[in-house]
Design a protein around this ligand. Structure first.
Ligand code: ZN
Ligand code: ZN
Length: 423
């Protein structure tokens, strides 16, 4: 790869670090990423990208055409979380915003999407400033609402792959609790699929002293919760992985009132479509079965409120991309990653356009933070994404993230063979 391409990075890092700190200090909730989207659009236009805003809500798409060749999509996400930042950083967020339920909440980039956005702006700059080394079309996609697992779907449904060039490959990355400078990859399943359900169990309320005149939704909910835990242990083979978590269980207002309804919020993780279907169907069966067993006066309501497919990297495309990483960064900066139960909606893009997907993690933690006790012990001493203390070190995280996107894009873009050598 031409050295001229990297020459621009030194001049860029200070500006990118400023953008990162600015984004970190001014996070926006999912579906409210208006200022972030504007910053991205304003940054891309002078680089020569055809920029379209408001794709699938607050999404931004940039297209840079350099003759014939493959269409390469680079993806970043824009949104932050309702978390109160406790990092104590000089650029910590103090932002509060009103969420979709009308509640005022603190807002923080606790998942590092500010880092993803900044890295993609950096990669877009380097690739735009050095057009002579590649040919094809670069498609940069900044999606909203990753944390709600709906932003990628919203962009696809808004015609992402009809209105813009259809990618031959989808590339993306996530910062996480690995040593900064390290890239972790998996040539196959990498992140779990996620489904969320809202369940409303309907009983018949009444006086707490006269249960015989009621149908108690609290007892019904208790049976549902217990029974749901039998799905993974009794219906899923030991060779498969799945998680069923009831993270929310709400009923009643007072000790001597039997309420009318009880509500459950359920999160499901799995790594294959078959397991996912089995778990989803089992949840519906259990909920309806327990309602019937309690002689509920009305059937329960099961609403699937969010879904993200598993992130399954295309094996050969991943091997090819990782080979390019190894050449650029050196093997010592690469680690194989076992599948993680966290989820991401990046898989929606590859599914929708039929292109291979390569998604990797890059580290954001100072190497000194990893003590010997971390070995074989998960990351118990390291702050993870979604924590109020999550704060990637800016360098070498930022530079690594920019370079990874550029190296991956260059692996798949074409090479100019026309008269570059002519005087
Ligand atoms: Zn997250
Ligand atoms: Zn994230």
């Amino acid at each position: 790869m031409a050295d001229t391409l990297w020459a621009g990075l030194d001049q860029l890092t200070d500006r990118l670090a400023d953008i990162y700190r600015d984004l970190h200090q001014h996070p926006e909730l999912s579906l409210q990423e208006h200022s972030t989207a504007k910053l991205v659009a304003d940054f891309l236009r002078p680089l020569g990208f055809e920029v379209t805003e408001k794709v699938g809500g607050t999404g931004v798409v940039g297209v840079l055409r350099r003759g014939t060749g493959p269409v390469v999509m680079l993806r970043a996400d824009l949104d932050a979380l309702p978390v109160e930042e406790k990092t104590g950083l000089s650029y910590a967020s103090t932002v509060r915003a009103t969420d979709a339920d009308g509640q005022e909440v603190p807002v923080m980039h606790a998942c590092g999407h500010d880092m993803h956005t900044t890295c993609l702006l950096g990669a877009a700059t380097l690739l735009a400033q050095d057009p002579s080394t590649w040919s094809g079309t670069l498609l940069v996609v900044f999606q909203p609402a990753e944390e709600l697992a709906c932003g990628a779907r919203d962009m696809v449904d808004d015609g992402l792959f009809q209105r813009f060039p259809k990618p031959d490959i989808v590339l993306g990355q996530h910062v996480g609790p690995l040593p900064a400078g390290i890239i972790a990859y998996a040539a196959g399943p990498m992140m779990a699929s996620m489904d969320t359900a809202k369940v409303v169990l309907r009983g018949r309320g009444g006086h707490g002293s006269l249960p015989e005149s009621t149908v108690d939704p609290v007892l019904m909910a208790a049976h549902v919760v217990t029974r749901l835990q039998g799905i993974v242990s009794r219906e899923i083979a030991a060779s498969e992985n799945a998680v069923v978590t009831v993270g929310r269980l709400q009923a009643g207002t007072k000790d001597n009132i039997i309420p009318d309804t009880a509500e459950l919020g359920i999160s499901v993780r799995s790594f294959s479509e078959t397991t996912r279907d089995t778990v989803r169907q089992a949840i519906e069966r259990v909920v309806h079965g327990e309602a019937q067993a309690s002689s509920a006066p009305r059937p329960p309501q099961v609403e699937w409120t969010g879904a993200a497919p598993a992130v399954v990297n295309t094996p050969d495309a991943t091997e090819a991309t990782v080979a390019a990483f190894a050449e650029h960064f050196g093997e010592q900066h690469l680690v194989k990653q076992a599948p993680v139960p966290a989820s991401e909606d990046v898989g929606v893009f590859g599914q929708a356009c039929g292109a291979p997907t390569v998604f990797w993690f890059f580290g954001g933690v100072e190497t000194q933070a990893f003590t010997s006790t971390d070995e074989g012990n998960g990351f118990r001493n390291v702050t993870t994404n979604h924590s109020p203390y999550f704060a990637p070190v800016i360098e070498p995280t930022l530079t690594t993230g920019v370079q990874a996107l550029v190296v991956a894009a260059r692996r798949w873009l074409g090479t100019r063979t026309d008269d570059l050598d002519q005087p």
